[in-house]
Write a protein that binds this ligand. Structure first.
Ligand SMILES: Cc1ncc(COP(=O)(O)O)c(C=O)c1O
Length: 385
């Protein structure tokens, strides 16, 4: 299956037989480990399904793994972003700066918090927010409140440069780390520089709860407390509903699975990085293909392996004929989605516009074999022969 512009948002799941199709190189493989299955079954047998100990232990293990003081589990990555924005004080009348080149949830979370998204261009090498364009956008704003760098494809934004702009203009920083579990860059890991950082555990992500889920991490306990309140009907410790909020809690089964998968995050990351290295080698001599650039000092965790080609439709058709699935992340940038009213984000984003016409995501997951990478590279070579 070759997935279209919605990329990893389609129906996902392992094959019935538990093995990969012999013929096709599938885009992703979302199966969790046997230990996660056992943890889920044990939780189901326990009769404790919500508000139990597994969410709390997953949170503390996740905080430890991330090196941030507090973690709060929520129902999705989108919920993590929306609640984190509110928890750091973003609301009505505020402008939040974020890249147009992202999954729409980044922008939707800003709107959900009652604020206005202002879209910023990307660095064409890393596909992450361009700090110079961020500065230009902030300078032109009447109500600058926060920046949401998106660590797209598994590579962190330049958080030193983003942080410098945030300090200068007193912006809150909420990192969208939905695609970047375990990434770091220039001595900073995810969550180090932001007031909060938000992860997704959607099945295709580097770490999953085998369903929907997300996590907010923050060093400031007050931010974590506000997220905890906002995910739980706006209730405080006394049980009073002190703020209007919905239910965005994580279930115990999800937390048990996430915790088990967290134990093997390093090996998941190693598998993804090995596949990326094999692609880099295999495609190095194909001039028409621009392989991903990991910034010096970055540990890219390759949620996606995204190349750029001048003839995307024909390229994807050849790969499809050769039995290789591909996807596009994202064909239509957030600021061009029909949900946004005219005029919102009316800035010019030339690097984003150029990238979205050329990007193609090749198959990527932790268990992608060398033989599969070779098959993809052979198909690419055949296309340009
Ligand atoms: C960059 C980005 N932000 C936010 C999200 C939202 O996460 P979720 O699907 O868990 O709501 C995703 C996930 O698709 C994403 O890729």
């Amino acid at each position: 299956m070759t997935t279209d512009g919605s990329g990893d948002r389609g129906a996902v799941g392992g094959t019935e037989s538990g093995t990969q199709s012999a013929e096709r190189v599938s885009f992703t493989d979302v199966r969790v480990d046997e230990e996660a299955v056992e943890a889920a079954v044990e939780t189901l047998r326990s009769g404790r399904y919500v508000k139990g100990p597994r969410v709390e232990t997953f949170e503390s293990a996740f905080a430890d793994a991330t090196g941030v003081d507090h973690a709060r589990a929520v129902s999705s990555g989108s919920a993590a972003l929306a609640l984190a924005l509110r928890a750091v004080g973003v609301g009505e009348g505020d402008e939040v700066f974020l890249p147009g080149h992202t999954f729409f949830a980044s922008a939707a979370s800003v709107l959900d918090a009652g604020a206005t998204p202002v879209f910023v261009d990307i660095d064409p090498e890393t596909y992450t927010i361009d700090p110079d364009d961020l500065r230009a956008a902030v300078e032109a704003s009447d109500a600058p409140a926060a920046v949401m760098p998106v660590h797209l494809y598994g590579q962190m934004a330049d958080m030193h440069a983003v942080g410098a702009v945030a300090d200068e203009y007193d912006l809150r920083v909420v990192e969208d780390a939905a695609q970047a579990h375990g990434a770091d860059r220039d001595g900073l890991s995810v969550g180090d520089r932001g007031d909060a950082a938000c992860f997704s555990f959607y099945p295709t992500k580097n770490l999953t709860v085998a369903g929907e889920g997300g996590m907010v991490v923050a060093d400031d306990g007050a931010v974590a407390d506000r997220v905890a309140r906002l995910r739980d009907h706006g209730r405080d410790e006394s049980g009073a509903h002190v703020v209007a909020a919905l239910n965005h809690r994580m279930s115990e089964v999800s937390a048990a699975v996430g915790h088990a998968e967290l134990d093997r995050l390093e090996s998941i990351t190693a598998g993804r990085r090995a596949a990326a290295l094999a692609y880099d080698d295999g495609l190095a001599d194909v001039d028409a293909v621009r392989t991903p650039v990991a910034a010096a000092g970055a540990r890219h965790v390759y949620h996606l392996y995204v190349v750029r080609v001048p003839d995307r439709a024909a390229f994807r058709a050849t790969l499809d004929d050769c039995g290789v699935d591909t996807a596009v992340h994202y064909e239509t940038p957030a600021h061009r989605q029909p949900a946004l009213p005219d005029g919102v984000g009316g800035r010019d984003l030339p690097e984003t516009a150029a990238a979205v016409d050329e990007i193609v995501s090749l198959p990527m997951h932790a268990d992608l074999s060398e033989a599969e990478v070779d098959r993809v590279c052979d198909a690419v070579r055949e296309h340009y022969a």
